[in-house]
Design a protein around this ligand. Structure first.
Ligand code: 5RP
Length: 240
């Protein structure tokens, strides 16, 4: 359901690995679906892991659930499953948001935006009292690496890319908000410093580095079950 990716961020895995990875994504998604309760406002991420989450939530038949989608694909899929989807500004604060990730480092920094939806995903994560990340085990890495997704203002995009070099536009449609999707391709040794640099570059709408302070809980499913990692955002705390 995520748009195609122009960069080589994920090596194609052998078919057997692929089946196992899908099982792990599904396991993480189903564990996260159990955290959703009657009456909640729920932020829904984007991507193939979230594609497992949506039916897992819908199957629970919860009452008075209101969902906010981070992409047209998630919006469509959620509605098809009978989930009620509202605009973020209609519901305000979210009780919980659940989303996938491209990379997770040991300190809880994430790279997101493989599907180009990171701007809306970050807004939704920040609007949620609890932000839960779901992933299969190969997303857990010792050190984050490029590419780091970017959304750029179309005006002067070539100048912005020069300022961010090495960076390149991704061959995908503009975001639903009209931004161009690109990737920063340089070193990511210090995510905090890089995040500050990307945020400070004129023309960058948003980047795909998510700080640990945005994240409440990370559920990583692998061969030995589900690993739960606490994030730096207090569980049940107020939205950022
Ligand atoms: C989309 C995202 C996704 O959460 C991320 O790319 C992970 O995707 P998948 O679950 O398909 O591996 O950030 O913008």
């Amino acid at each position: 359901m995520a748009p195609p990716r122009a960069t080589a961020r994920q090596q194609p895995s052998p078919l057997s690995d692929h089946g196992e990875i899908e099982r792990h994504k599904r396991a993480a998604a189903r564990a996260a679906a159990e955290l959703v309760m009657d009456g909640m406002c729920v932020g829904l991420g984007t991507g193939s892991t979230v594609a497992h989450l949506l039916p897992a939530i819908a199957e629970r038949g919860l009452k008075d659930l209101r969902c906010v989608a981070t992409s047209p694909a998630t919006d469509r899929a959620a509605r098809e499953l009978g989930l009620e989807v509202r605009a973020l500004d209609e519901v305000g604060e979210l009780d919980i948001a659940i989303d996938g990730a491209d990379q997770i480092d040991p300190r809880g920094w994430l790279v997101k935006g493989g599907g180009g939806a990171h701007t809306r995903e970050k807004i939704v994560a920040a609007a949620a009292r609890r932000f839960v990340v779901i992933a299969s085990a190969e997303k857990a890495v010792a050190q984050l690496t490029a590419p780091v997704p970017l959304e750029l203002v179309a005006f002067g995009a070539q100048r912005t890319l020069l300022a961010l070099a090495p960076a390149q536009l991704r061959d995908v449609p503009a975001s639903p908000d009209g931004g161009l999707i690109a990737d920063y391709c340089g070193p990511v040794g210090h995510p905090g410093e890089l995040a500050a640099r990307l945020s400070a570059t004129p023309g960058v709408v948003e980047h795909g580095l998510f700080a640990p302070e945005l994240v409440s809980l990370i559920l990583i499913a692998g061969a030995h079950g589900i690993e739960r990692r606490a994030g730096a955002k207090p569980e049940g705390g107020t939205a950022a």
